[in-house]
Design a protein around this ligand. Structure first.
Ligand code: ATP
Ligand code: MG
Length: 389
């Protein structure tokens, strides 16, 4: 175990010698200085917990030394050694927060008790600090837990709201079915059944989306050629766009290189955003023709995908709430989880999504992904991923 350190300051060598022996006997590591200036130098070097100093010394006296030591490290305990008739000085030293004073000639027992008290004070103070820190940590954890609980409440509220919407749709379908059966109206039965199937498909998609987000999983990182990746995405989306009479344009910079991603996840993030683009076009009645442009380009250490549509565009409120879970302006047609999850995926790749949109004119989503990440960033989720809603 490390010995407790004491700095002994006295201008008389004989006194230092005698006291050094007693202190060493008590088990302390003793350092000496013969005046105030020297004491300060030794103090800075060895950082003793306790300073034991004569009160009367030439040049810098004990009281001045006490003040300087307390100024440098207020946690140091300083015990003063006083002569007979130095009572007023001794009392003055207490005002400057000396721990104690002992009078000459020194009684070893008195010295031992004074030093024990000084070290006890240090231990008590350390314990108090530990308790305070613990308490602060507990308070912090409690606050975090509370905010997790309240966002959990918010999440459950939003899920319930979304499911309620879908159930209303389901009710509508069942009503059509019921009255179709009563009237033996085949067309109505068929229509009702279609609605029921659609609503069930939506509920399934929503639950799968929630499960997707709720599960912790590691990404499977692989090096991918950005151009063939963009091609695969286009291959999925082009027929979907065309079926809605939307032109689909590829704007690929052929010189893009490779990047390291979990291709499955980034693929689904881009599809989400492209599906929104298709929706934005079909919901727009103001233009004769619609188009979606998928671009890919490289800028230094990033691959960027641009997804443009000339659909309905967004007002500022929509733009603000875009990534909020369950925010959707598509009534029963959307669950509002698409962009929330896409955003999480891009965040996990330490990338970003930038949105520019003008109501009535169209929207441009830019997804920027670093071409490579340090190993540590791949393993660790970004900060705000750690907290589950
Ligand atoms: N390209 C776009 N043009 C206009 N509005 C958009 C566009 N992309 C997203 N939005 C708006 O953002 C909202 C949230 O999109 P998000 O993909 O998260 O949910 P959603 O498409 O409504 O439902 P789903 O969970 O089925 O994807 C949309 O409802 C829509 O209002
Ligand atoms: Mg969507």
């Amino acid at each position: 175990m490390l010995k407790n350190k004491i700095l002994l300051v006295d201008d008389e060598k004989d006194i230092r010698d005698v006291m050094h022996l007693s202190l060493a006997d008590m088990g302390y590591a003793v350092f000496e200085a013969q005046n105030g200036a020297e004491a300060l130098a030794v103090f800075r070097e060895v950082q003793p917990q306790v300073v034991l100093t004569d009160i009367k010394m030439p040049t810098m006296d004990g009281i001045e030394l006490l003040q300087k030591v307390k100024h440098e490290n207020p946690e140091t305990e300083v015990v003063m050694i006083t002569g007979h008739g130095d009572m007023d000085l001794a009392i003055k030293s207490l005002k400057y927060e000396a721990t104690d004073f002992i009078t000459k000639p020194i009684n070893v027992d008195v010295l031992e008790i004074a030093l024990k008290r000084a070290f006890d004070k240090i231990i008590t103070r350390r314990k108090l600090r530990e308790y305070t820190e613990n308490l602060e940590r507990l308070v912090r954890e409690k606050t975090e837990l509370q905010s997790h609980l309240s966002s959990l409440g918010l999440m459950i509220g939003s899920i319930s709201h979304a499911i309620k919407g879908l159930l209303t749709g389901l009710d509508g379908g069942m009503y059509l079915l019921d009255s179709g059966f009563v009237k033996e109206n085949q067309a109505q039965i068929k229509e009702g059944w279609e609605v029921v199937k659609l609503m069930i498909a939506r509920i399934r998609k929503m639950i799968l989306d929630i499960l997707f987000y709720a599960k912790e999983r590691d990404l499977k990182w692989e090096r991918i050629d950005a151009l063939s990746f963009a091609d695969e995405v286009a291959l999925v989306m082009e027929p979907r766009a065309k079926s809605q009479e939307i032109e689909f344009v590829r704007d690929f910079d052929l010189s893009v290189g490779e990047f390291e991603i979990d291709a499955g996840y980034v693929h689904s993030a881009l599809i989400n955003i492209l599906e929104n683009a298709v929706d934005a076009c079909t919901r727009d009645e103001s233009k004769k023709s619609h188009k979606i442009v998928l671009g890919v380009r490289q800028k230094e250490k990033h691959i960027a995908f641009d997804i443009f549509d000339n659909g309905i565009g967004m007002d500022s409120e929509t733009k603000e709430r875009l990534f909020t879970p369950f925010f959707s302006s598509k009534a029963n047609k959307g669950t509002g989880l698409g962009l929330f999850i896409s955003n999480k995926i891009i965040e996990q790749h330490r990338g970003e999504i930038i949105v520019k949109s003008t109501p009535g004119q169209g929207t441009l989503f830019t997804i920027r992904i670093p071409t490579m990440l340090p190993e540590s960033a791949k393993r660790r989720p970004p900060k705000n991923m750690a907290e589950k809603p």
